[in-house]
Ligand binder design. Structure first.
Ligand code: ZN
Length: 271
């Protein structure tokens, strides 16, 4: 599932190519993805210009020149790919632009989402209004994370993956950030001291920055907007490395299941 670095990478690719471009055609091949697509989509989008792109959590927000914003969520297997050949039966939407370029929304499992919402009231969108702090925002610091973790007895990793606490962190980056912070994913979130919280903030930011620099992680479906694969999967320290040596102490990485998701960690380095 695309997490923050994958969505950020796609967003940057789209912003580079599509900012200022006008939509001159929309080929819509089905009425729904996870939810029904907005009605009259073609009438509402053709003729509009993309003014800019932003990200909130795992959502891509494309600002249109008529006061509305187009929201994309890639779900489990969604791709937004520029140009290239047609992607077959799972290409559900194709945007055509005034410079001849195409944007293809491809989503085999159809957990993706697309919605239109007034730009001025974006914060009220049902999928955005409860999202937590952006971990790459300057305001995400030890004081704020300390407040967010206070009183929470749930396991640290589960709290970090809760989109209402920190937006955009999923399983891969929660695992990797906790290893870098040398914190056990199982400990209660409220038990961290100030030094550990500061270490965790730095680890989350460094993990996300590194992953963005590598174009994200390509394990299954994810590709960048230009169709290239990300390469952060080559830099995993714990994720998907059960039984392999810890890069710091060489003890085998452990895998357990937490809230239905795989947790990978070093029981010596992470306390
Ligand atoms: Zn270790």
């Amino acid at each position: 599932m695309p997490e923050l670095p994958e969505v950020e990478t796609i967003l940057r690719g789209l912003a580079l190519r599509l900012t200022g471009r006008r939509i001159v055609g929309l080929d819509q091949r089905r009425p729904d993805l996870r939810a029904p697509l907005p009605s009259g989509l073609s009438e509402r989008l053709v003729g509009r210009r993309f003014e800019g792109f932003a990200r909130r959590g795992k959502f891509i927000l494309a600002t249109l020149d008529d006061g509305w914003t187009l929201l994309f969520h890639l779900g489990m297997s969604g791709r937004l790919v520029l140009d290239g050949a047609s992607r077959g039966p799972h290409e559900h939407l194709t945007f055509l632009f005034d410079d001849g370029s195409r944007l293809r929304f491809v989503d085999p499992r159809r957990f993706g989402m697309l919605d239109l919402w007034p730009s001025a009231r974006l914060a009220e969108h049902p999928s955005l209004r409860d999202l937590g702090v952006e971990p790459l925002d300057p305001g995400f610091d030890a004081r704020l994370l300390g407040e967010l973790l206070r009183g929470r007895r749930a396991p640290l990793k589960s709290v970090l993956m809760d989109q209402r606490v920190v937006a955009g962190l999923g399983n891969i980056y929660a695992n990797e950030a906790l290893f870098r912070a040398r914190l056990c994913p199982l400990r209660a979130a409220s038990t961290l001291g100030p030094v550990q919280i500061a270490r965790l903030v730095a680890a989350i930011r460094a993990t996300l920055d590194d992953a963005i620099a590598k174009g994200g992680t390509s394990l299954r479906d994810y590709v960048q907007a230009n169709g290239e694969l990300g390469s952060f999967q080559n830099d995993f320290m714990v994720y998907d490395r059960e039984g392999q040596p810890c890069p710091v102490c060489s003890r085998p990485i452990r895998r357990i299941v937490q809230a239905g998701r795989s947790t990978y960690f070093c029981s010596r380095c992470q306390r």
